[in-house]
Design a protein around this ligand. Structure first.
Ligand SMILES: [Zn+2]
Length: 397
C-alpha cells in the first residue's frame, strides 16, 4: 500500500519548501515534488493531509551508548552491568526509545561485549523494532585509559595490538570503530585532556578500520589528541571540547566531522548535586571551552553531525531532539542544526539511503505539527514517525 502526503512543508535534509507532496511505496520514497504536480499514482495511495504540518527525514544520532540508561553515576551503572543478556535487554529498550523521539538511525560507540552488535543485527533482520544501527562493539582504549575500567572499552597497546583489536571487534559484529584518543569525563582518575594513543597506534587503527569499510569515530577532548586523531584520518571527532583554531582548520581541511555531544556535558553540569563530583568537576571545566569549540566549528565551516552521547548521566535515549535545541542555543540556525541531524549525519555514517527525502531514499520520516525550521523546539513533539514506510510511533492526522 502506498501513502501520499499532500500540501506539506518539506525539509528534505538540505532545504525547505512549502506545498510539497511526497509519495511513499514499498518502504521508500517514490516521488517528491510540488503537490500541484502530483503523479496519477498518488491518487490511489492512502492520503495524509499535510496542511500546516512539516515533514522531515528521520533524525540521526551519531553517538549513543545503548547499554546504559543515563543514571546519575555512570561508572556504577556500567560496572553493575555484568551479564550480556541484561545488556541486550537494555539495548533493545533504549533503541526503541529513539523511534518515539523521531530518531530512526543511531550509531552506538561503545558497550558491553558484542551486545549492541547482536541486537542491531536482530533489528535489521526484522525480529525486533528499533532504529537502523551502526555499532562499534567495544571501544578501543590504552591500558589504564578512559572507558577501560568501566567496561565499554577494551584496553589495547601498540600498533599491532590496536590493529588486532579492530579485526576482533569486526569479527564480533562491529559495523563502526571507536577510538578513545584522550582522557574522558566519566572515568575517575584521568584528566579529560590527557593524550592517550600514540600517532602510530591511531594510524594503524584507522588504516585497518577503513580497509574493512568501517567508519571511525575518535573520542577526543584535549587539543593534541584531536589533532593526532584527525591526522590519522578518523571520520569524526567526538566531543572535541577543547578544539583550538589549528584543530578546526585541520578538520575543515581534512573534511573531518565534529560531533559536539552538548547533551553529555549539560546532563552532568545541570545535575551537579546528583552526579559524582569527579565528573561534575571535569564537565564544568570544559563546558565553556566546548561552547567555544562548537562556535569555532560553525564559523570555520567544519562539518558538524548531531550526536548526544545518550546513556551518560541525565542524557536519555531519544535525546537527539534536546541536542538540536541545544545546538541552536549555542549558535546554529535551526536549518544548520536540522542538517546536522539528517544529511550531514548520513554523510558521516556513509548511509546514502537515510537523512534525505528524495526518490529512492528510505521512507524514514517524521511529521511535526509545527515547523522545526521556524522554532526548533518543535522537534520535541513528533506527531508521527515512519521507518522504511512503516508507522513506528504516533499517528498521522
Ligand atoms: Zn560516548
Amino acid at each position: 500500500m502506498a501513502t501520499y502526503v499532500s500540501n506539506v512543508t518539506l525539509f528534505d535534509g538540505r532545504s525547505s519548501r512549502s506545498k510539497a507532496g511526497v509519495l511513499i511505496a514499498d518502504g521508500v520514497v517514490e516521488w517528491v515534488g510540488a503537490h500541484a504536480r502530483a503523479p496519477r499514482t498518488a491518487r490511489a495511495a492512502e492520503p495524509i493531509d499535510g496542511r500546516g504540518k512539516t515533514l522531515t527525514p528521520g533524525l540521526i544520532d551519531c553517538h549513543v551508548h545503548l547499554c546504559y540508561d543515563g543514571s546519575a553515576d555512570f561508572a556504577a551503572e556500567a560496572r553493575a552491568l555484568t551479564s550480556d543478556a541484561v545488556a541486550a535487554l537494555k539495548v533493545l529498550r533504549n533503541a526503541e526509545e529513539n523511534l518515539r523521539a523521531g530518531v530512526t538511525t543511531v550509531r552506538d560507540l561503545g558497550g558491553r561485549g558484542s551486545s549492541v552488535c547482536d541486537v542491531a543485527a536482530a533489528i535489521e533482520r526484522g525480529e525486533f523494532r528499533g532504529p537502523r544501527m551502526l555499532a562499534a562493539g567495544r571501544a578501543l582504549t590504552i591500558t589504564g585509559g578512559h572507558g577501560g575500567s568501566v567496561g565499554f572499552a577494551r584496553e589495547v597497546d601498540g600498533p599491532d595490538g590496536v590493529r588486532l583489536a579492530v579485526r576482533e571487534e569486526i569479527r564480533a559484529g562491529a559495523t563502526a570503530i571507536k577510538l578513545i584518543a584522550t582522557g574522558g569525563v566519566l572515568t575517575p582518575g584521568i584528566t579529560a585532556d590527557f593524550t592517550a594513543f600514540t600517532q602510530e597506534e591511531l594510524d594503524a587503527a584507522v588504516e585497518e578500520a577503513h580497509s574493512w569499510g568501517r567508519v571511525v569515530g575518535a573520542h577526543a577532548i584535549g587539543p593534541e589528541g584531536i589533532v593526532q586523531a584527525v591526522r590519522a584520518g578518523v571520520d569524526s571527532v567526538e566531543h572535541g571540547s577543547m578544539m583550538d583554531a589549528a584543530g578546526a582548520r585541520l578538520m575543515k581541511e581534512r573534511g573531518t566531522f565534529h560531533v559536539p555531544t552538548i547533551s553529555a556535558l549539560r546532563g552532568i553540569v545541570d545535575h551537579a548535586d546528583e552526579v559524582p563530583a569527579y565528573a561534575v568537576e571535569k564537565a564544568t571545566a570544559v563546558t565553556d571551552l566546548a561552547r567555544e569549540a562548537f562556535r569555532r566549528s560553525v564559523r570555520t565551516g567544519v562539518k558538524v553531525a548531531c550526536g548526544t552521547d545518550a546513556g551518560t548521566p541525565f542524557n536519555p535515549h531519544g535525546n537527539a531532539t534536546e541536542e538540536l535545541v541545544r545546538m541552536v542555543e549555542w549558535g546554529m540556525t535551526p536549518l544548520q542544526a536540522m542538517r546536522a541531524a539528517t544529511s550531514s549525519a548520513a554523510e558521516l555514517l556513509r548511509l546514502p539511503d537515510v537523512g534525505a527525502i528524495r526518490p529512492g531514499a528510505a521512507a524514514d520520516l517524521v511529521l511535526y505539527d509545527a515547523d522545526p525550521l521556524e522554532e526548533i523546539d518543535a522537534v520535541r513533539k513528533p506527531s508521527a514517525v515512519w521507518k522504511a514506510g512503516e508507522l513506528v510511533a504516533g499517528a498521522p492526522p
